[in-house]
Design a protein around this ligand. Structure first.
Ligand SMILES: Nc1ncnc2c1ncn2[C@@H]1O[C@H](COP(=O)(O)OP(=O)(O)OP(=O)(O)O)[C@@H](O)[C@H]1O
Ligand SMILES: [Mg+2]
Length: 271
């Protein structure tokens, strides 16, 4: 809910509220306390990056926000209403593109549009082509998935996630498997698309520089149990260059904070 004072200051309304979320997985080998009392508010149009070592519950939190996983306690509100299941308002993009190899590029994006049943076939095609153009793949609409590079596959996955026009995009290490140059191109593209299409994005990464390059805020997690440790506001102008000195200063500060919060056995974090 927007308060009167926020309205007068022209602060964007809250899009997502994660309120005291805890989650324990029970397996034959024992219990894993994946998330412990995690709270996070995300404003409409905000780009928030979640950073932390392997196993600290980032993907679990994303799945809970997506409505794919339940909580043990606490809740997630989207536009003030409790999330009870998945919906086209909140689309997820995973590390592996999870495309359908038996469909071509256009077919994969059209598949995402099944979530919008009211469109005619012609409208569906128009929308799919619009988003394929937005991600720079207009010349590859009939390519087979196995003919594409890793970066192109992630572009298809991005177009598929964008096509139903979700307000919230949940991205789980979407660029982790790509080479540095391809990643840099995609940083530019995702910032452009985020601004043009006015999305709210939650982006998970192991890479602190990537988080600083993309995020309005960077949220640090620590594992066992998964908890939020610190939140950093990134006050750098956009579009940002991942190789800039100012960006490096932020990423040094955040990497130091991460190391402070880590236990000795967990050090899988790239600056
Ligand atoms: N379905 C599941 N069943 C049992 N345990 C699970 C399940 N999903 C996640 N976990 C456990 O919960 C913890 C958090 O997992 P999660 O995948 O959310 O971590 P993460 O921060 O995304 O890690 P990574 O950076 O490696 O992707 C881990 O210890 C993991 O083994
Ligand atoms: Mg994960």
């Amino acid at each position: 809910m927007t308060t009167v004072s926020e309205e007068l200051r022209n602060v964007a309304p809250e899009k997502l509220a994660v309120e005291g979320v805890s989650k324990t997985f029970r397996t034959q080998r024992g219990h894993v306390h994946a998330l412990d009392n995690v709270s996070l508010n995300v404003r409409e149009g905000e780009f928030v990056c979640l950073v932390g070592p392997s196993g600290c519950g980032k993907s679990t939190l994303l799945s809970i926000i997506a409505g794919l996983e339940s909580t043990d306690s606490g809740q997630v509100l989207a536009d003030g209403k409790p999330v009870t299941g998945p919906g086209r308002e909140r689309m997820v993009m995973f590390q592996e593109s999870a495309l359908f190899p038996w469909l071509d590029v256009l077919g994969n994006v059209l598949f995402g549009l099944k979530l919008k049943p009211n469109l005619t076939g012609k409208e569906r095609r128009e929308v799919a082509l619009f988003y394929l153009k937005l991600v720079g793949l207009e010349n590859f609409i009939h390519a087979n998935i196995h003919e594409l590079s890793g970066g192109m596959k992630q572009r298809v996955a991005l177009a598929r996630a964008l096509a139903p026009n979700p307000r919230v995009l949940l991205m789980d290490e979407p660029f982790a498997a790509l080479d540095a140059l391809t990643r840099e191109q995609l940083y530019g593209d995702i910032q452009r698309i985020w601004a043009e299409r006015k999305k709210t994005i939650i982006f998970v990464t192991h890479n602190v520089r990537e988080a600083v390059c993309l995020g309005d805020r960077v949220v640090l997690f620590s594992p066992h149990p998964g908890r939020i440790q610190e939140k950093f506001e990134i006050k750098l102008p956009r579009p940002r260059d991942i190789n800039s000195v100012d960006l490096a200063k932020y990423s040094t500060e955040i990497t130091r904070a991460l190391k402070r919060h880590l236990k000795p056995e967990t050090t899988e974090v790239a600056e």
